[in-house]
Ligand binder design. Structure first.
Ligand code: HEM
Length: 417
């Protein structure tokens, strides 16, 4: 028999990877927090304490003030053991330090290196390639003979292919990259992770570093016209980026551009399956693809959180936050906030306006947002007209994670022309 969740339990759910594999349980907890304790102190066993922020308006306000709320000290929720290990690595100068870990002035300079590559105009040059890849993957669905695990056989491959093509990596390395990104992001899911211990998980990070350090050396020797060359040969303060900063740049692009988009594509298909009226509406009116895409992104919200640390004593919604304390920005909660979205638990392919925070807000706003939207639209533009029937062929399963995730299995049966 189900029983009512307490506010304390709801707070613990925010830090519990398993809660994110059960959307109903997660949203029950987040809805309760929004209503009863929108700035809620969480002291979960195994984690350093933090404040869970669940209201859309508060998350925007925190992200807007990037001097008061810094990214560098505690970027993401991880176990106290992992926090400690990262502090040690920081001291040794071996820490993974990507854009999301940086604050100004460094963040502004480093972000500018890749920014031109991700502007909508530059992205439009990728359109033909992305359309080609979308067609290839829908063809592959057809070849699979009417039944597949949509996540494992289609959705995880297509966005990785796009992003690695943009970086300029050889196709022979794609499967290795797929495995490493899944290990890096699926670290809390027993099916995905490499090992139990923080050390074993850090090995994934080191493997990434080694691969990308070799790539940097190659592109410095023989620059080409890909994004990897732009990163390897960037000049900051009169010199190149350090090895760590260079490798970190690749890591953020390769990882951030991958699982996020594939989770949205599969979660979006699941939402269409669960809402046949919306599937029909979108098939009948393809001009809804842009709003449908943003609704899929809101619905799935594949990035579950980022954190900020207060650089001075302050308050949020009247609750005092002391200097040095951390806040967790709960994007899935912001994207179901009743004060912002009409009927937030309804999947509506025509939703407009749709002020979701799935890409974050402010100076760290997702660099790949235009690319992600293009990829999702390209796949559905190809798939929907060819799809004459679709149904579930088994039980969908979600990843256990507190960071990036979504469906890990979506068995479907379909007829494609
Ligand atoms: C940052 C979400 C796809 C690259 C972020 C952030 C979020 C996010 C929430 C942090 C924003 C903040 O702190 O305010 C998503 C979602 C995606 C997606 C939901 C897909 C649906 C991509 C793609 C790329 C990408 C395709 C391309 C490579 C990045 C980068 C950052 C970032 C480089 C760091 C920006 C910075 O810190 O300045 N993304 N992302 N993302 N994303 Fe995405």
């Amino acid at each position: 028999m189900s029983r009512t969740l307490s506010v304390h339990e709801a707070g613990l759910a925010v830090a519990d990877p398993a809660a994110y594999s059960d959307e109903e349980r997660l949203h029950e907890a987040l809805t309760l927090l929004r209503r009863e304790s929108p700035v809620h102190r969480v002291e979960a066993p195994g984690y350093n304490p933090f404040w869970a922020i669940t209201k859309h308006a508060d998350i925007m306000e925190i992200e807007r003030d990037n001097k008061l709320f810094l990214s560098g000290q505690r970027t993401l929720l991880s176990t106290a053991e992992m926090d400690e290990l990262q502090a040690q690595q920081r001291e040794l100068g071996m820490e993974l330090r990507t854009l999301v870990h940086m604050d100004d002035p460094q963040h502004r300079v480093v972000r500018a290196i890749g920014a031109d590559w991700f502007r909508p105009k530059a992205m439009r040059a990728m359109q033909t390639r992305i359309d080609e890849l979308a067609r290839q993957y829908v063809d592959r669905m057809a070849e699979l003979g009417g039944e597949c695990d949509f996540v494992q056989q289609i959705a995880v491959h297509y966005p990785l292919y796009v992003i690695l093509s943009l970086l300029g990596l050889p196709e022979s390395d794609f499967s290795r990259m797929l495995q490493l990104t899944q290990e890096l992001f699926g670290g809390q899911d027993e099916e995905m992770r490499r090992g139990e211990s923080a050390e074993e998980q850090m090995n994934t990070v080191f493997e990434f570093f080694n691969y990308f350090n070799a790539l940097t050396a190659a592109r410095r020797e023989n620059p080409t016209d890909d994004l990897a060359s732009a990163i390897a040969n960037a000049v900051v303060d009169g010199g190149p980026l350090s090895d760590t900063d260079t490798a970190s740049y690749y890591v953020i692009v390769a990882t951030a551009g991958h699982d996020t988009t594939s989770a949205t594509i599969s979660g979006g298909l699941h939402a269409l399956l669960e809402n046949p009226d919306q599937l029909r509406r979108l098939k009948d009116d393809p001009s809804l693809l842009p709003t449908a895409t943003d609704e899929m992104i809101r619905w799935v919200t594949p990035v579950k959180e980022f954190m900020r640390t207060a650089s001075a004593d302050t308050e949020v919604r009247g609750v005092p936050i002391a200097k040095g304390e951390s806040v967790l920005l709960s994007y899935p909660s912001a994207n179901r906030d009743e004060d912002v979205f009409e009927d937030p638990f309804r999947f509506d392919v025509g939703r407009d306006p749709n002020r979701h925070l799935a890409f974050g807000f402010g100076v760290h706003y997702c660099l790949g947002a235009a690319l992600a939207r293009m990829e999702i639209q390209a796949l559905y533009r190809e798939l929907l007209p060819r799809l004459s029937s679709i149904e579930l062929a088994g039980t969908p399963r979600w990843t256990s994670t507190t960071f990036v995730g979504g469906l890990k299995h979506l068995p479907i049966r379909y007829t494609l022309t």
